[in-house]
Design a protein around this ligand. Structure first.
Ligand code: GLA
Length: 373
């Protein structure tokens, strides 16, 4: 493994272990996690591999094979910059929670496609979290590791994300989607066998990341929280009578609530269809999710809309943006014999607009975080 060779080269010793954590695709349930709602992501075959040893002092020495240059030494967490914040943030979160975590030597290798919105940051956090859990004998559950990773991102990196990405990375299973109740943190794996149904789930990586995206995420979260407060509920998960709630709201809050409440219903409907073996029938729900994210939650962008519309025109059974929005990837559910037609339709639509062609490739549900060596 090249991450082991790089570790030996950087630190002159064998790593104590090697851990891997994947990125994720969200099948459905977007912007519901921080509303105590439901999500249905799965782990993808790409992720972050970390070769790690513990240390007897509090130093962290870090190197990434995706970043040029030798290992950097971080003595004070406040000095961490760029990608190293995700790693140092996990150490910080574990220490904040009272765990006896000291320093570490870490080399990272990642293959999550760039800019794809497939949660390379969650993969990095969870790989490091799992390594520290084992090396320092913390005895954390997978969900506790995911929560520490989320805490790192929320309170150290400063991105107010929900729990979905870290949970998918920590708890995903091969061939399964992960149903997660973001209030109780209860999970259930749902069989998602595309090949058995002659289907593929294509990722269309737009390659774009619109500026202001991070600020918009926080704004959507605030819209949801203020709407919940106005409705007198703890979270939008608790809205049971949508028509009555909408009658009491206006403007942005009204649209946000419309999306979150209907999206939770769509997740439950998709789970029902998958459990009934009707994988091919979920397409309409994917389409409805996209329209809701575009028109009610307002987190799509032209590149995502064109990817979704052209995929459907090319014969996809359904398509939607996946992840936080404003760029990243769309997904399309496509019968095996339509894959070429869908890819051609998407590439043509981009070419007609003079846009950089997106990457289009299939994703299958892969195993979640694990020790490799
Ligand atoms: C990002 C966040 C997740 C989730 C999605 C939207 O990926 O990290 O927690 O909120 O956006 O569903």
């Amino acid at each position: 493994m090249r991450v082991v060779e790089a570790f030996q080269e950087s630190f002159g010793a064998e790593p104590q272990g090697v851990w891997h954590a994947p990125g994720r695709v969200n099948l459905i349930g977007e912007h519901t996690d921080y509303n105590d709602g439901f999500v249905l992501p799965f782990a993808v075959p790409w992720g972050v591999t970390a070769a790690v040893s513990s240390r007897e002092d509090d130093l962290v020495r870090l190197r990434s094979l995706q970043a040029p240059g030798p290992a950097v030494t971080v003595e004070d967490p406040a000095q961490a910059e760029g990608w190293t914040r995700y790693v140092i943030g996990v150490l910080w979160a574990l220490r904040e929670a009272g765990h006896p975590v000291r320093g570490a030597d870490i080399v990272i290798d990642g293959d999550v496609p760039r800019g794809a919105g497939l949660s390379s940051s969650a993969a990095l956090e969870v790989a490091v979290g799992l390594a520290l859990d084992e090396l320092y004998g913390l005895g954390l559950s997978r969900m506790e590791t995911a929560l520490a990773a989320q805490r790192a991102e929320n309170d150290f990196v400063g991105m107010p994300c929900g729990i979905m990405d870290q949970a998918a990375s920590a708890l995903g299973e091969e061939g399964k989607a992960l149903f997660l109740d973001c209030r109780t943190l209860g999970t259930r794996t749902i069989p998602f066998d595309l090949a058995a149904h002659g289907l593929q789930l294509l990722i269309v990586n737009t390659g774009v990341h619109h500026e202001l995206a991070d600020g918009q995420y926080a704004r959507r979260r605030r819209d949801c929280e203020s709407a919940a407060a106005r409705l007198g509920v703890d979270a939008l998960r608790d809205v049971t009578d949508l028509a009555e709630a909408l009658a009491r709201l206006s403007g942005d809050e009204r649209r946000r609530v419309q999306h979150v409440v209907t999206e939770n219903h769509r997740v439950e409907a998709v789970v029902g269809l998958l459990r009934a073996g009707a994988v091919g029938e979920i397409g309409a729900l994917l389409n409805a999710s996209h329209l809701s994210l575009r028109d009610q939650f307002e987190v799509s962008c032209p590149e995502l809309d064109v990817a979704v519309e052209s995929a459907i025109r090319g014969g996809a059974r359904g398509a939607r943006m996946t992840g936080g929005g404003f760029g990243g990837s769309a997904i399309a559910l496509v019968a095996d014999d339509r894959v070429e037609a869908v890819r051609d339709a998407v590439l043509l639509a981009y070419a007609e607009r003079g846009w950089v062609p997106p990457e289009v490739y299939p994703a299958t549900p892969a195993a979640g975080a694990r020790r490799l060596a």
